[in-house]
Design a protein around this ligand. Structure first.
Ligand SMILES: NC(=O)c1ccc[n+]([C@@H]2O[C@H](COP(=O)([O-])OP(=O)(O)OC[C@H]3O[C@@H](n4cnc5c(N)ncnc54)[C@H](O)[C@@H]3O)[C@@H](O)[C@H]2O)c1
Length: 359
């Protein structure tokens, strides 16, 4: 690392999330400098470079990864490119912050995990919800034992009319790996497992449906539709995940559904001594006192710097200290293993036993 002690960052992908990372890392200029950016559509990379004062626009991801002016690579491109680019970056000696889902499937995630486990480079997945104020407060209570044993949990996110980028990579199986399950479900799965204390998942039963997308219904506002493209992913998924310690997690998500939904992500943790609920940035702790139910509200503090700032700082601190990020490659692989099993269970109609053999 040169340039004083500042970490030099290169961003691959100047789309929606690439722009978010550029904005967040540019606020941490005492710790890092974004030196390089690239995108398959170079004018977009040039525009972001001008906006955030990034000095170099690389002609390709390969050029960016090979650059000696880059210590850490941020990957914000369609899902099928995560594993090839992450493995290439790790092998070139770069640290990697990778957007979710870690892989387009568990095989891709396994390749990243293998590359990272043979290396001292930091590999972190961008699950920013773990750094939201309310989930952090819930995690603290869980770790203090206030909930007792969490024996079951429910999580999900029902969007009534929220199919992103119809016809673009979002709705093409070969580029995204799936619909709402891999897009927003992976955030909820990741956060719920983390708050439950990372129990080991052992089996999955699931079902997926596509009732809106193929009919070009349920279109949302994220991403611009490409009506020349196609839609071959699910628009709703439901699953039950069983853990080695006997606990269970139910996961339900949709991009589009006829349902009375407020379109917000939720988690309910049910423990022997208490419960906790998270709903779209707010939350509650649920206990009992003198035989009466007691609710303690949790809210995001005023002037909160936000989860994305904390995520970005965590990545930089892990690089500096060499400690494992909380959203490690192993946690990304675990998520992908479960997602694959939900799709397989839906296809076969049977429960799927997770295969943890990494070889
Ligand atoms: N953490 C979150 O909440 C969150 C939110 C949105 C997206 N994401 C993830 O970020 C990733 C990108 O999503 P997005 O919404 O930014 O999509 P997007 O379509 O807005 O941006 C993707 C960019 O990648 C570029 N690209 C495609 N192929 C490329 C290649 N071979 N080399 C270089 N650039 C290439 C495209 O030109 C585009 O600008 C996805 O994996 C998505 O799941 C995460």
């Amino acid at each position: 690392m040169s340039n004083g002690n500042k970490i030099k960052i290169g961003i691959i992908g100047a789309g929606n999330i690439g722009g978010v990372h550029a904005q967040e890392f540019s606020k941490l200029s005492e710790l890092c400098e974004i030196t390089t950016i690239t995108d398959a559509y170079l004018p977009l990379a040039q525009q972001k470079a001008a906006q955030y004062g990034i000095k170099t626009v690389a002609g390709s991801p390969e050029e960016l990864i090979a650059s000696s002016d880059v210590d850490a690579v941020v990957i914000g491109v369609p899902n099928q490119l995560h594993a090839p680019l992450a493995v290439q970056a790790i092998e070139a000696g770069k640290h990697v912050l990778l957007e979710k889902p870690m892989g387009i499937n568990s095989e891709a995630a396994r390749q990243i995990l293998k590359a990272s486990s043979g290396s001292d480079r930091i590999v972190m997945v961008g699950h920013q919800m773990r750094w939201e104020a309310v989930p952090m407060a819930i995690k603290e209570q869980v770790e203090r034992g206030e909930l007792g044993k969490i024996y079951t949990a429910k999580t999900g996110w029902f969007r009534r009319k929220g199919i992103p980028g119809w016809g673009t990579w979002f709705t093409r199986m070969d580029q995204s790996g799936g619909g709402p399950l891999i897009d927003i479900g992976v955030h909820m799965l990741d956060l719920a497992l983390y708050l439950m204390g990372n129990p080991k998942p052992v089996s999955v039963y699931g079902a997926t449906y596509a009732e809106f997308g193929p009919k070009r219904k349920g279109i949302g506002t994220w991403g611009r539709p490409d009506w020349n493209g196609h839609y071959d992913v699910e628009d709703l998924a439901t699953a039950l995940i069983k853990m080695e310690d006997g606990s269970t997690l139910s996961l339900e998500v949709s991009w589009a559904v006829h349902m009375d939904t407020d379109n917000t992500p939720f988690i309910h943790l049910m423990g022997t001594e208490g419960g906790a609920s998270y709903k779209g940035g707010t939350g509650k702790l649920l206990t009992e006192k003198f035989d009466r139910p007691l609710e303690t509200p949790l809210a995001r503090p005023e002037n909160d710097e936000g989860e994305r700032a904390r995520l970005s700082r965590h990545f930089l601190e892990c690089i500096q200290s060499g400690k494992q990020p909380i959203t490690s490659a192993l946690s990304g692989y675990t998520n992908n293993l479960i997602l694959d099993a939900i799709y397989e269970s839906s296809r076969t109609g049977h429960e799927v036993i997770l295969n943890w053999d990494l070889n």
